[in-house]
Design a protein around this ligand. Structure first.
Ligand SMILES: *Cc1c(COP(=O)(O)O)cnc(C)c1O
Length: 397
């Protein structure tokens, strides 16, 4: 690609976009350009009717019988199996339950309990703060510590005392990617387990957990998977590890025989042992319907379009050369997730002024303007117009 860009050239890109049809699977309000799908994904068309049916028919009429007739109990595993192909996992390796921070605390705890001779959880200072809070607390409870290093200091910190390396694949501020194959291999070379947070990857950046020997992963479903506000997280445990790890927060749903109501916990075989509680049925229904928008869509095609959209955004910002406005996301494709972050000394004002003109991004203080590029529902023209608005408001500040 490369400038100069004209609306005519942009429209040609839209006309030849293989994902153009997928946009119609979403209901976006008219008049706004929504580049915040990395915070809360857009509403897919099938979600409202599905939730309404679950509320009115399954709950309203079927009542408690719907635990069986609506297969509510199976939903965490069933919806997990739909997310599995998006992260390169196999059937029976993914559950949808809890929230990301809780799932992460569970898996960090499980990894530590399984390796009592190792006392360190390793992460980086630019990780999502909640991940660091959850990992630190899980480590402390297991008599271990969380060691936080600069991302360039990871290799040096990978000693024989590290039980689990806990990183977020795509940096939430800048969109910078950790290379999953290299980092996972380095963790394994040091005898540690590897846990990836895929919050900003699932549904946008292809990940191959199986191919790369990823041990554990978590991620949220309300960003690029469009599961809706409060949608539960997903949790992945490599099959060969499932029976070697224990859930540090056991509950009846992870019991081998939940409806025997035995006084003593016996973990279920396989991934089910990582469940704790009753599933959030309405949220799972919303997520399940949202995942229909990915039917027949290759995640590789989503990635290709997302990279083209972000290249366009970056090109336009470069071309405009506005004093104070600079691209904070890495430029090489293999180092950038599905967002473009811009640095500006008055980032808050840029985001607010753009929102006043119906271009929705978000602020990550102190100086990052963040724009998520959800390829299933954004067109090249959307991104062209959004970038023009951001450039214009930044110029006048
Ligand atoms: C959005 C996000 C979360 C969300 O955590 P919850 O506990 O589900 O609220 C966690 N980690 C990362 C990296 C995120 O981007």
């Amino acid at each position: 690609m490369g400038g100069p860009w004209t609306l005519e050239r942009i429209r040609e890109l839209d006309e030849t976009d293989p994902l153009a049809e997928v946009r119609r699977r979403f209901e976006l309000p008219h008049g706004i350009l929504y580049l915040d799908g990395n915070s809360l994904g857009a509403l897919a068309c099938g979600v409202a009717p599905r939730v309404r049916a679950v509320v009115e028919d399954e709950w309203g009429v079927g009542l408690a019988g719907s635990w069986v007739t609506g297969a509510w109990m199976e939903a965490p595993a069933r919806v997990g199996n739909r997310i599995a192909p998006l992260i390169g996992a196999r059937e029976g390796e993914v559950l949808v339950a809890d929230t990301t921070s809780i799932a992460l605390a569970k898996l960090v705890g499980a990894a530590l309990d399984a390796q009592p001779d190792r006392h360190v959880v390793l992460s980086t200072s630019d990780n999502f703060p909640s991940d660091l809070y959850a990992a630190a607390a899980a480590a402390a409870r297991a008599g271990a510590t969380l060691e936080v290093v600069d991302r360039h200091g990871l290799q040096a910190a990978l000693t024989g005392d590290v039980a689990v390396v806990c990183l977020t694949h795509v940096d939430f501020r800048t969109g910078a990617l950790h290379p999953i194959p290299d980092v996972t291999r380095a963790a394994h070379d040091a005898g540690a387990l590897m846990l990836w947070d895929l919050c900003h990857s699932a549904g946008a950046v292809p990940v191959d957990c199986e191919e790369n020997g990823v041990d554990l992963a978590v991620g949220c479903s309300y960003k690029y998977l469009n599961g809706g506000p409060g949608a539960p997280s997903f949790l992945y445990v490599r099959r060969s590890l499932q029976d070697r790890l224990d859930n540090p927060l056991p509950g009846w749903l992870g019991h081998d025989a939940p409806f025997n109501f035995e006084p003593v916990y016996r973990p279920a075989a396989g991934i089910a042992r990582f469940l704790t509680s009753t599933p959030p049925v309405l949220q799972l229904a919303a997520l399940d319907a949202a995942l229909d928008a990915f039917e027949g869509v290759a995640i590789g095609a989503v990635r290709q379009k997302s990279l083209a959209l972000s290249d366009l955004f970056i090109d336009l910002v470069d071309e405009a050369d506005v004093p104070g406005l600079e691209v904070a996301s890495p430029r090489p494709h293999d180092r950038r997730g599905s967002q473009v972050s811009l640095r500006h000394p008055m980032a808050g004002e840029v985001v607010a002024a753009a929102a006043d003109r119906a271009v929705i991004g978000d602020l990550r203080p102190p100086d990052i303007c963040r724009f998520g590029l959800a390829a299933p529902y954004l067109s090249f023209e959307d991104v062209y117009r959004a970038a023009a608005t951001v450039i214009e408001v930044a110029r006048t500040l």
